[in-house]
Design a protein around this ligand. Structure first.
Ligand code: DGJ
Length: 735
């Protein structure tokens, strides 16, 4: 995947087998963007793509009519505000004299194999230098001597560019007011934007709208990536569907405040921006100091939304997630939260462990309530040690040992970033929370946010967690975060650095994760934030899986997991079978449907297994045996969405093995409809010339039939129950 630089025309061409990305140094020295899309043959000159014509109301870069251009007219690589471009800028710097105009021009570039790490930030990576090439272009501001380093990594195997920006102050300091991770100027606006938006318990719903002139996008200013808007935005052509058509998408590898914006101008050029939300950010740079932006991943495909997801899944599963568990299946979990809440004893937990073990479960996770005076959500957060020996007479180490004796691994819940006012930690360090002097600190779920911008706070929590984890046999941590950030102020920073706190907070979270990952490389981390309120690529770098939603209702989960799959691979989505009526929705669904949904994620249980009937136990045993047989395919297979539960009465998806010899289809019906038409479900990703059997011979067809004609979903043939919320998993196997 070469990166070419054509000296004569000062043109850069980055390409692999799928995509091309073209840039050129403009006549004023700034960087212009020429093209991003399907791969083009390389050649020296694409200058015709720079539009230099004059238009009314524009301003220009030179008095000389022959040389000049209007930045409003050209597509730019990393645009600023304040000169001849009036659109949303990619960056804004306030210089020492109070001005905000800058002029960053091409100074030099380097091209190298592989990819550098981003200091203190999560990012995609390579295992061998041959997997990717990187281009770093240095731009310099003549007046200030400040530098801007634009970084581009193109991967050999994926139609993606990973981009980030580093700003280095000159001899005078400056204040960064906006540093987006990427800018992409597309030549037209004939797009539908696709976002993953929602709320607690209905995370990552798929929402679409036609682009129009002006601003449209998604954001978070909550201190976490949020369940309201995922840090992702796609632009699809109106005729693009799941299987074909052009899609551009950006996914930001970041867990804090973010903005993904499409700005359509008066000539229908679409500017796509992604990065840290500028409204809650400013950063002071002393002379010579540097600031590194988070990384954004930019995708182009002409193979539709499934094509886009396939790229994200492959890259994020294997080159964002890391460590011991990256290529291993997560043990099947029983989690006690929905069964006991904080109200448990060692005896109760061991009873759950015994039953779970007898059914084939592999790990017991003790959720909230084991530490300090934690009887409910008003007390104890921050005190990461056992004080209630009536509840846990042998402490965590003793319980872990007993769970291990029963043949299960043991996992534990933490909420490291939080504190209750009713805790020893808060009584000793009331100044350790984020707050603004003289202002009310708003509680959320009766708790406050620790000031993770401060090293001593992060150190304290690290020591406390290290002590517990070092003293017991613990295989897994669920890392929760149950409120957003308000009154984001810190006594530890001067007035002119208060704007840095949201970002410093996230850097603190990342640093704690990094230290714990390094100290306990074999512990499996699952991130969580009241369900999926911080399900983002940033955290997947440290915690390879995320609790998808507190809403475990099977019908709701079809939508939530469907939306989540736009960006995130199945191996990253925690999905548990829970009791009915469901705690959140009150809905009753069959055990079969609950597990048919949960199988397409990181499978586990969150139910009172000690209270189920013998026949339910038998069913659970079968589910677990099935999961063990198929989990490698689900974890590593190629995933396709087939039916959209946001638009239809049914939802369906499919996972196909790499060799295309085996596939699993999940089919979910919301309401049972009577006397309907013929329902053919068309599959994807199979070998057209191979003969497959469906569910052990119920249908035997070639791949081309299954993909072009489909499976006739006759309810009787496939044993789909005559009821609402019925579902089936179809097993497709080469014969
Ligand atoms: C929110 C999580 O999403 C739940 O699974 C559970 O861990 C609770 N917090 C515990 O307080």
């Amino acid at each position: 995947m070469p990166i070419c630089y054509h000296e004569n025309t000062r043109t850069f061409h980055l390409y692999n087998g799928d995509v091309s990305y073209l840039m050129q140094v403009l006549s004023n020295g700034q960087m212009g963007q020429l093209y991003f899309g399907k791969k083009l043959r390389d050649r020296e000159d694409f200058s015709y793509l720079v539009r230099t014509e004059e238009r009314a109301m524009n301003s220009y870069t030179s008095e000389d009519r022959k040389k000049r251009l209007s930045l409003q007219q050209v597509r730019q690589e990393y645009p600023s505000y304040g000169t001849s471009d009036f659109r949303s800028p990619a960056f804004e710097i306030q210089w020492e004299d109070g001005s905000r105009v800058s002029d960053f021009c091409y100074a030099s570039h380097v091209i190298f194999k592989g990819k550098r790490k981003l200091e203190g930030l999560p990012a995609v990576y390579v295992e061998e230098d041959g997997e990717a090439d990187t281009l770093e272009i240095t731009l310099a501001d003549r007046r200030e001597g400040a530098r801007l380093i634009l970084s581009y990594t193109i991967f050999r195997d994926y139609g993606v560019l990973a981009r980030s920006v580093r700003i280095v102050a000159g001899e005078r300091g400056c204040r960064l007011e906006r540093v987006m991770s990427l800018n992409l100027d597309l030549p037209d606006s004939d797009f539908v934007s696709v976002q993953l938006s929602g709320a607690w318990a209905r995370e990552r719903y798929v929402r679409e709208r036609r682009l129009e002139e002006g601003l449209q996008g998604v954001y978070s200013m909550r201190g976490a990536s949020s369940s309201e808007h995922n840090p992702f935005l796609a632009l699809r052509r109106p005729d693009a569907g799941e299987g074909s058509g052009e899609v551009y998408a950006v996914s930001l590898i970041y867990s804090g405040n973010h903005l993904e914006l499409a700005d359509v101008d008066q000539n229908h050029v679409t500017r796509l921006l992604a990065g840290i939300h500028p409204d809650t950010f400013s950063w002071k740079l002393e002379p010579g100091e540097a600031f590194q932006s988070p990384e954004a991943v930019l995708v182009y495909t002409d193979r539709g939304l499934n094509g886009m997801s396939g790229i994200f899944h492959g890259l994020y599963r294997t080159r964002l997630r890391r460590g011991f568990w990256r290529d291993r299946a997560c043990p099947i979990i029983i989690n006690n939260w929905e069964t006991t809440g904080c109200d448990f004893t060692e005896e109760k937990i061991l009873e759950l462990a015994d039953t779970a073990k007898s059914l084939g479960v592999e790990m017991l996770v003790l959720d909230d309530g084991w530490f300090g005076d934690r009887e409910n959500d008003r007390t104890g957060l921050g005190d990461w040690y056992v004080t209630n020996f009536q509840k846990l007479p042998h402490g965590i180490a003793g319980l872990a040992e007993k769970v291990k004796e029963r043949g299960l691994r043991f996992g534990l819940w933490f909420e490291p970033e939080m504190v209750n006012k009713d805790s020893r930690l808060f009584r000793e360090h009331p100044d350790w929370i984020l707050q603004v002097e003289g202002r009310f600190a708003s509680p959320g779920r009766n708790q406050h946010v620790l000031d993770f911008s401060r090293q001593e706070v992060v150190d304290y929590i690290y020591d406390a967690m290290e002590k517990v984890l070092g003293s017991a046999d613990i295989s897994y941590i669920k890392w929760d975060m149950n409120r957003y950030i308000t009154e984001c102020g810190s006594a530890a920073y001067p007035a002119d650095r208060q704007g840095e706190l949201f970002h410093r907070y996230i850097l603190g979270v990342y640093s704690l994760y990094e230290r714990l990952n390094a100290r306990f490389p074999e512990i499996l981390f699952e991130s969580c934030s009241s369900g999926g309120s911080r399900f983002d690529p940033g955290l997947l770098y440290y915690a390879g899986q995320t609790w998808t939603s507190d809403n475990t209702d099977a019908v709701e989960r079809v939508r939530i997991q469907y939306g989540t799959s736009y960006v995130y691979p199945l191996c990253s989505m925690g999905a548990h079978v829970s009791d009915v009526p469901n705690q959140q929705s009150g809905r009753i669904t069959s055990m079969a449907t609950r597990s048919n949904v949960a199988h397409f994620g990181v499978f586990g249980y969150q139910m009172n297994l000690t209270a189920v009937t013998d026949s339910e136990k038998e069913e659970i045993r079968r589910q677990i045996a099935w999961e063990k047989e198929h989990r490698e395919l689900i974890r590593c297979g190629r995933f396709y969405r087939l039916r959209d539960p946001f638009r239809e009465n049914t939802g369906a998806w499919l996972v196909v093995s790499e060799d295309r010899r085996e596939a699993l289809v999940g089919y979910y019906q919301i309401y049972r409809e009577v006397n309907t038409g013929w329902d053919f479900l068309k599959l994807e990703g199979l070998d057209p010339d191979r003969l497959y059997s469906v569910n052990g011979g119920v249908q035997v067809s070639y791949g081309d039939e299954l993909m072009n004609l489909g499976i006739l979903l006759d309810q009787e043939r496939f044993g789909i129950a005559k009821e609402d919320y019925a579902s089936v998993i179809l097993h497709i196997k080469a014969v």
